[in-house]
Write a protein that binds this ligand. Structure first.
Ligand code: ATP
Ligand code: MG
Length: 419
């Protein structure tokens, strides 16, 4: 069964927009496979009362609570005091932590000052968790049947103590995650998926579904209720997965967490094919997305970034009169760009994008967000006209994803995208 944990993250900077709370993500990811789930996260400023209050509430709900940040040597680092007050336990200096800190400062050629030394104090009765990446140790505190882990704020120190002490301790408690399955969908929106799934079946009892949408790709998680036995959970999850596969078919592009670009790369590798690109409004984003992947040189040939019409003419062989007659954002120009990219780069596939990303440049006939995406192979080219309703960045992102899906669908022999 999966058990619940909470995080209390402390720090003004997490609330005023200066820093992103990455501990929540790291912890959520790390806990799941061990049978724990990060059920809630609370962020509070560096304030004793606020910290104590948040920890008290978390302990009222769950048996495992993490408190991060505010273990440093300065006045705004008040976490250990806040916990000591709340638990009515004194702070005591941990001899081993102090010794480790002495060594650390000596090596760095720095003095052991009283404020630095104060970092060696832990709540009485706590286990000190050595910090290989920094000065302040972490702490594991047992209190009324609950476990509190107190960890430093700097992400590398947080991660070091998590890996060295917290995760091994949790693993030793036994358990394991309730079965779940993650899969990826392209070419359908969230509501399309929902309607298809509901039209086909109702989910088996005890199985819940969650959606996480990003431009052009959708992550879907099927998870089982904690009360189910392991065998029962696995059986129902398998049933739900088979239903989803039947309802969504080749729109499912991966049976694990994976980007569309990674899926396309995999298909290209398997098929032993290569691709080249010609981009206008995406300014190289498609090429960047593909070459972000290690090993891309085996299947990515290269491409053209042709913004100006002269370049579309000279580099991509789009006739001037075609540009004049149809405009740069048009079906025949996209087609020509894809065909030429393919031919000039010696690739199996040519993928081209031309559109109006916005916010300016739209007309009544060709509004902002209008994009033509072309895919060329030895048998000619296919062109998709799309109209994305977002801002510049979103339209560019959607254009890249739609282009990738066009290629994915061709490689997989899958049905064409809708919507
Ligand atoms: P220090 O000894 O560096 O003062 P500390 O344990 O007192 O460590 P904080 O002062 O709260 O920790 O934060 C130190 C650094 O760690 C800051 O840069 C802060 O932005 C970062 N940090 C703290 N909490 C988080 C978090 N939840 N996610 C990401 N970064 C964080
Ligand atoms: Mg600090």
């Amino acid at each position: 069964v999966t058990r619940a944990a909470e995080l209390v993250a402390t720090g003004e900077e997490l609330l005023n927009g200066k820093s992103l709370n990455t501990h929540a993500r790291e912890l959520g990811r790390a806990l799941w496979p061990l049978g724990w789930e990060l059920a809630r996260e609370t962020t509070v400023p560096d304030d004793r009362a606020a910290i104590a209050d948040a920890v008290r509430q978390a302990c009222a709900r769950v048996g495992l609570v993490f408190v991060t940040g505010g273990l440093g040597p300065t006045e705004d680092d008040v976490t250990r005091e806040a916990l000591g007050d709340w638990l009515r336990r004194p702070l005591v200096e941990d001899a081993a932590a102090l010794e480790a800190m002495r060594r650390r400062y000596r090596t760095a050629g720095r003095e052991m000052t009283p404020s630095r030394r104060s970092q060696a104090r832990i709540v009485a009765g706590a286990a000190a968790l050595p910090n290989r990446a920094g000065a302040a140790p972490g702490q594991r505190i047992a209190w009324e049947g609950k476990t509190l882990f107190v960890l430093p704020g700097p992400p590398n120190e947080f991660r070091a103590i998590l890996d060295d002490h917290v995760l091994p301790w949790l693993a030793a408690q036994g358990g394991g995650a309730a079965p779940r399955r993650i899969f990826m969908v392209a070419g359908l929106g969230e509501s399309d998926v929902r309607e298809r799934l509901e039209a086909a079946h109702t989910l088996p009892p005890g199985v819940a579904i969650a959606y996480c949408a990003a431009p052009g790709q959708l992550e879907i998680r099927l998870r089982t209720a904690a009360e189910l036995s392991d065998a029962e959970a696995r059986a129902r999850l398998e049933q739900a997965w088979q239903q989803a596969r039947a309802a969504l078919g080749k729109h499912i592009y991966a049976a694990e967490r994976r980007s569309l670009a990674e899926a396309v790369a995999q298909e290209l590798r398997t098929a032993g094919k290569t691709v080249a690109v010609a981009e206008s409004c995406t300014g190289g984003l498609l090429g960047a997305r593909l070459t972000d992947l290690p090993g891309s040189s085996t299947w990515f040939r290269g491409g053209f970034l042709a913004y100006a019409n002269e370049l579309k003419e000279n580099l991509l062989g789009v006739p001037a009169d075609l540009l004049e007659r149809e405009g740069a954002v048009s079906d025949p120009v996209a087609r020509r760009m894809a065909e030429t990219a393919r031919a000039r780069c010696g690739a199996d596939y040519g993928l081209a994008i031309t559109g109006i990303a916005g916010p300016d440049g739209g007309t009544a006939e060709k509004p902002v967000g209008l994009v033509f995406i072309a895919l060329a192979d030895a048998n000619g080219a296919e062109v998709v006209r799309a109209h994305f309703p977002g801002d510049r960045a979103t339209n560019r992102e959607w254009s890249v994803q739609r282009a990738l899906d066009l290629l994915r669908v061709r490689l997989a022999g899958a049905p064409a995208a809708v919507g």
